[in-house]
Design a binder for this molecule. Structure first.
Ligand code: FAD
Ligand code: NAD
Length: 479
C-alpha cells in the first residue's frame, strides 16, 4: 500500500485541480491523479479546459477576430494596415504556447499549495481507496478519507459521421487545422459549432452549420437568439436549422454529408467537417464494481446538491455530474466539495451560473429567459437597450447587439440578464451579482455606472424596465 491522503482527486481539469488546491489550502493532505498526455507525450494538468477547450478556443477566437478587424474594420477608423495575411501555423503555435504555459502553471500551483500530483489513470476501488495505473502499466494503491471524482467529459460521436484522422474531426481536431479549409461543414449549432465555425469563417472558410433542431440557441432569450442568428448570418455563417445528418462519405480528401430537412434529402461536400453535437460524461472505468457509486442512464455520476455521491466518502464534480458543462461550474463545485470535506458549510447557487458564447459579438446570459419565466407562470417586465445607442459602442465600432433585463413584474427582482454585444462575457457578471444579492431592477437603475462603458447598456436596460431609459426613446412610458 502506497501513501495515505486526506483527499484524492481523480482528474485535474478545472473541477479537479481547483478542488485539489482548495483542499490543500484547507490543510488537507491532498493528491490529484491525472492521465492527460500532451502533444509532447507528457502527463499534463488542466483537463479539457486548458488543453483542448476554453483556453485554446479563445486564443484562436481572439486571433481570428483581430485578423477580421485588421482586414475589414481598421480602414473605417483611419488605419491603413495594407495587405493583411494570416499565418495559420503561427496562430496555432501561439495557441499551443498558451496551453503549455497554463498547464505548466497548474503543476507550479500544485507545488506551491502542497498538492501531490500523481501521473496515471485513477480508479476508485473502494470507498476510501484509489488504484492508479501509470503509463507503463504499473498499478499502485492509495488510501484516502475522501475521494473527489472530476473525470470530465468527452465529445459525443454520431454514427452518420464517424471521425477520421483529419477530415471528420471533433472540437479538439478543429483546433489543429494547419490551413484554413475552403469549405467547412459543422454539425451542431451549439456553443462549439458557433465558436469554432466563427474562427474558421473569419480566416476565410465557407462555413455551413447543420443543426438538427428547428430553433436556434433555445437556451438563450428569444430576442437575443434572434439577433445573434442575424449577426452570424451577416458574418457569413450559413446556419441550416432542422437539418438532420443521415450519412457521410469520405473520398479523395473531402467529405460528402447527407442530410434531410424533413421535406427533402440534400448533400453537401466539405474539405473538413467538425462534429460538435454535445459532450458526454467520461466515467467509464473510473469506479470499480461493487463500490456503490451510482450513475444514471447517460453515464453521469449521481450526486446531491452538494456533490455527494451515493457513497458518503466519495464526491463527484464538474462535467461528469448533472448541470451545465462549464469550467466555472466545475471549479465552484470543486471548491464546495473541498470545503465540505474540510468540515465547513458550503453550497452553490445553481440558478446563477453564467454562460458565454465567445462569438463576435459575444452572447452571455444568466438566470431566466423571458420564455422560461412565462412557462413557469411568472409575470415579468423587461428592459432592453441596444448598443447602437451607446456612445462607447460607437467609439469601439461595436454597435451591434442589445442588453435585456428580465424582472419579476410584482417584486421587481432581477430574474435574468441576457446580452449580445462586445464584451458581453465581462458584463454578465453584473447579472450574476444581481441574482446572488437578490437585487431589483431598480437597484441596478440607481447604481452609478462609469461613462463611457459598454456596461452602461445594462444600466439603461434596468432603467428601461420602468420605461425610463435616458439614451433612447422608451417604448412605453410609465409615471
Ligand atoms: P475536464 O476538464 O474534462 O477534466 C477532466 C480531467 O480528468 C481530464 O484531464 C482527464 O484526463 C482526467 N481524467 C479522466 N478520467 C481519469 C482517470 N480515470 N484518471 C485520471 N485522470 C482522469 N467551458 C467554459 O466554461 N467556458 C468556455 O469558454 C469553454 N469553452 C470550451 C471550448 C471547447 C472546444 C470545449 C471542448 C469545451 C469548452 N468548455 C468551456 C467546457 C469546459 O472545458 C468543461 O466544462 C470543463 O473542462 C469541465 O471541467 P472538468 O474538470 O469537469 O473536466
Ligand atoms: P451543445 O449542446 O452546445 O450543442 C450541440 C448542438 O448540436 C445542439 O444544438 C444540438 O441540437 C445539435 N445536434 C445534436 N445532435 C445533432 C445531429 N445529429 N445533427 C445536427 N445537430 C445535432 O454542445 P457542443 O457545442 O458540442 O458543446 C459541448 C459542451 O461544451 C456544451 O455543454 C458547452 O457548455 C461546453 N462548451 C462551452 C463553451 C463556452 O462556455 N463558451 C464553449 C464550448 C463548449
Amino acid at each position: 500500500m502506497a501513501d495515505k491522503f486526506d483527499v484524492i482527486v481523480i482528474g485535474a481539469g478545472p473541477g479537479g485541480y481547483v478542488a485539489a488546491i482548495r483542499a490543500a489550502q484547507m490543510g488537507l493532505k491532498t493528491a490529484c491523479v491525472e492521465k492527460w498526455i500532451s502533444k509532447e507525450g507528457k502527463v499534463v494538468f488542466g483537463g479539457t479546459c486548458l488543453n483542448v477547450g476554453c483556453i485554446p478556443s479563445k486564443a484562436l477566437l481572439e486571433a481570428s477576430h483581430k485578423f477580421v478587424e485588421a482586414k475589414h474594420d481598421f480602414d473605417d477608423m483611419g488605419i491603413q494596415a495594407g495587405d493583411v495575411q494570416v499565418d495559420v501555423k503561427k496562430m496555432i503555435a501561439r495557441k499551443d504556447k498558451i496551453v503549455k504555459n497554463l498547464t505548466g502553471g497548474i503543476a507550479g500551483l500544485f507545488k506551491a499549495n502542497g498538492v501531490t500530483g500523481i501521473e496515471g489513470t485513477g480508479k476508485v476501488t473502494g470507498s476510501q481507496q484509489v488504484e492508479v495505473t501509470d503509463q507503463n502499466g504499473k498499478a499502485s494503491t492509495y488510501e484516502a478519507d475522501s475521494i473527489i471524482i472530476a473525470a470530465g467529459s468527452v465529445p459525443v460521436e454520431i454514427p452518420p459521421t464517424p471521425l477520421t484522422d483529419d477530415i471528420i474531426v471533433d472540437s479538439a481536431g478543429a483546433l489543429e487545422f494547419t490551413e484554413t479549409p475552403k469549405r467547412l461543414g459543422v454539425i451542431g449549432a451549439g456553443v462549439i459549432g458557433l465558436e469554432l465555425g466563427s474562427v474558421w469563417s473569419r480566416l476565410g472558410a465557407e462555413v455551413t452549420v447543420l443543426e438538427a433542431m428547428d430553433s436556434f440557441l433555445p437556451m438563450v432569450d428569444g430576442a437575443i437568439a434572434k439577433e445573434t442568428q442575424k449577426l452570424l448570418k451577416k458574418q457569413g455563417l450559413d446556419i441550416k436549422l432542422g437539418a438532420r445528418v443521415t450519412g457521410s462519405e469520405v473520398k479523395d480528401g473531402e467529405v460528402t454529408v447527407k442530410y434531410s430537412d424533413g421535406d427533402n434529402d440534400h448533400e453537401m461536400t466539405f474539405d473538413k467537417l467538425i462534429v460538435c453535437v454535445g459532450r458526454k460524461p467520461y466515467t467509464q472505468g473510473v469506479v470499480g464494481d461493487g463500490v456503490g457509486v451510482e450513475t444514471d442512464e447517460r453515464g453521469f455520476i449521481q450526486v446531491d446538491d452538494q456533490c455527494r455521491t451515493s457513497v458518503p466518502s466519495v464526491y463527484a464534480i464538474g462535467d461528469c455530474v448533472r448541470g451545465p458543462m462549464l469550467a466555472h461550474k466545475a471549479s465552484e463545485e470543486g471548491i464546495m466539495a473541498a470545503d465540505i470535506i474540510a468540515g465547513h458549510k458550503a453550497e452553490m447557487n445553481y440558478d446563477a451560473i453564467p454562460s458565454v458564447i465567445y462569438t463576435f459579438p459575444e452572447v452571455a446570459w444568466v438566470g431566466m429567459t423571458e420564455q422560461d419565466a412565462k412557462a413557469k407562470g411568472i409575470e415579468v417586465k423587461t428592459g432592453t437597450f441596444p448598443f447602437a445607442a451607446s456612445g462607447r459602442a460607437m467609439a469601439n465600432n461595436a454597435t451591434e447587439g442589445q442588453a435585456k433585463i428580465i424582472a419579476d413584474a410584482e417584486t421587481d427582482r432581477v430574474l435574468g440578464l441576457h446580452i449580445v454585444g462586445q464584451h458581453a462575457g465581462e458584463m454578465i457578471a453584473q447579472g450574476v451579482i444581481a441574482l446572488e444579492f437578490g437585487s431589483s431592477a431598480e437597484d441596478l437603475a440607481l447604481t452609478c455606472y462609469a461613462h463611457p462603458t459598454m456596461s452602461e447598456a445594462v444600466h439603461e436596460a434596468a432603467l428601461a424596465v420602468e420605461g425610463h431609459a435616458i439614451h433612447m426613446a422608451n417604448r412605453k412610458k410609465k409615471k
